[in-house]
Design a protein around this ligand. Sequence first.
Ligand SMILES: [Zn+2]
Length: 198
Amino acid sequence: MARGGMRYGAGRPGHKAKDAQCLKVDVRWFKRAGMLAAEFPRTWAWSDPDTGERTASIGVRVAHGQVHLDFTSGGAPIAQRVGLARTACHKGGARDWFLCPCCGRRVAVLFFRWKRFACRHCNQVAYRSQSEDVCGRAWLRQSRIEAKLGPDWQRPKHMHHATYERLWQAVVDCEQQRDEWIAGMVSRLLPGGMNSLV
Ligand SMILES: [Zn+2]
């Protein structure tokens, strides 16, 4: 067996991240918010989908055809410039794009990983599996929420009661979604449907 030398994948900085786990910016969001035209600095913020609490934000400013992104990562201030491009649509109008700061590709979405915004390809971000069904998504969401709660869905000491109530309800909703999905599966498998079990 050969020793040393190059091993495929050995030099890779890390495995692929799932897109749902990464912060991202979409040029269409910026467009809709009027941020591509504004030259004065604006703030773009992300919030926790389960609690509505703000989790991260970046400064956004457009100048000379570039978007300037200002943020901190690991306590260090980072300023990143992202080029903008515009292509004509054949039905009229135009479509805006980011130019990936790493490879120059025209993309609509940039993902944050390794202290930088870059395209899916450069930051090695995988698409969410197309085969993930309703049940799988409910499981994913539930495990994400459960990670924020204490054992047996207890309220962690630092968590506000209102936040806890929202998360607790969200977990219950996930369970119900899965139950309905399983009930749907069973009724499709059994000729008599779900009612034949009771
Ligand atoms: Zn790229």
